[in-house]
Unconditional design. Structure first.
Length: 368
């Protein structure tokens, strides 16, 4: 950290960032006012230095990635969020339901992480979802299964009549190793009304993860940004995650997810400047001092922007994914998947050390 922060005070032109630097050096926790100063600074280069210094204090030059695959068993969904282009009502010409054979055809022994999320199908019983997990687990015994958002778990509770705690216990018994953390969107009730009215509330999302952590099921956490939220909404969202992590210590990574408007009912929203992306990722690293990892979700950011984000506090470049649908249905311009070699080169070209991991962040290979 010290090498990165040499001469920081003389090069930084935002005195608020100098104050934040002093807190970081003395291991003092940032407050809400500091978060506001991060999100409003115009000294974006100095902010990157601060976030990189914090990341390197935690992980050195290591940046992680995983060989994984996303599987979305169905896009049939009982709710219709304005920001989403993936979900379709039953009977829609673009609606689909994967057979078990199709799902298992996407599974291979090479995978270290299998990410399973989908729509809230009006006709599928909870047992069907459990059977998917059991079969995938049986056919990929060496892969960790990261499955179902808090929104899906809340839905499973409703359709099964089980308590959320019972649903989570059943998922663990079936073979779920972690929760992916999606569905958080933005916790602000006012914004949620505008972008995802029928969806599980932000408070419910937090309580599902609290219960998962209590049962020993770790998770990631996400935030959808770049739509109708304010800076204060971003800070509130991240602060609520920090509070929960203080209580449970069950989160692995925080994942900012850049909104893709193109094929949604919010398609008229103008893109935010790239500096906003960098501020969000830097804020996450500096404010979420109790989260081990900050992830750059290249699917939404794009590959080049994700590479730049490695210099703004990001320590995880996500994974190969192989065939992403949810974000691409909304119009993402990135590739639908990448190879192991792509990530090794991307991370090395940014000046960092690529480390292949599994879903639980065990280190599998270091690419010197």
């Amino acid at each position: 950290m010290e090498n990165l922060l040499n001469n920081f005070d003389s090069l930084c032109f935002d005195k608020n960032l100098i104050s934040i630097k002093n807190k970081i050096v003395s291991s003092e926790r940032l407050n809400l006012s500091d978060a506001k100063n991060i999100m409003t600074t115009s000294d974006i280069n100095s902010l990157g230095v601060l976030a990189s210094a914090k990341k390197e204090e935690m992980h050195g030059k290591k940046v992680y990635f995983v060989v994984n695959r996303h599987i979305n068993p169905t896009n049939v969904c009982s709710i219709s969020c304005k920001f989403c282009a993936f979900g379709k009502p039953k009977g829609h010409k673009d609606a689909y339901e994967m057979s078990m054979d199709k799902i298992l055809s996407l599974v291979s022994n090479e995978l270290k992480e299998i990410h399973i999320v989908g729509g809230l199908h009006p006709d599928w019983e909870f047992e069907k979802y459990l059977e998917i997990i059991r079969e995938v687990s049986k056919n990929a015994p060496d892969a960790h299964i990261k499955a179902f958002t808090a929104v899906e778990i809340d839905w499973f509770s409703r359709i099964s009549g089980k308590k959320v705690s019972e649903v989570i216990s059943s998922l663990i018994d079936a073979g779920v190793d972690a929760l992916p953390g999606g569905g958080a969107e933005i916790f602000s009730p006012e914004v949620r009304k505008k972008i995802c009215t029928p969806k599980t509330t932000g408070d419910s999302w937090l309580e599902v993860h609290r219960e998962a952590h209590a049962q020993g099921l770790p998770s990631n956490a996400t935030m959808l940004y770049g739509h109708l939220e304010s800076i204060d909404d971003v800070i509130d969202h991240i602060n609520k995650l920090r509070i929960l992590q203080d209580d449970t210590n069950g989160f692995f990574a925080f994942i900012p997810v850049l909104f893709q408007p193109y094929n949604t009912r919010l398609k008229n929203i103008k893109p935010f400047p790239f500096s906003y992306d960098l501020k969000v990722h830097a804020l996450a690293r500096l404010y979420l001092d109790n989260f081990p990892y900050i992830k750059a979700y290249w699917i939404t950011l794009g590959e080049k922007a994700a590479q730049v984000a490695l210099h703004y506090g990001v320590s995880d470049a996500d994974g190969t994914i192989m065939s992403e649908k949810i974000i691409h249905d909304a119009g993402a311009k990135s590739e639908i998947g990448h190879t192991r070699n792509f990530f090794v080169k991307m991370i090395k070209d940014a000046g960092y050390l690529p480390v292949e991991r599994d879903a639980l962040y065990n280190e599998l290979n270091i690419y010197e």
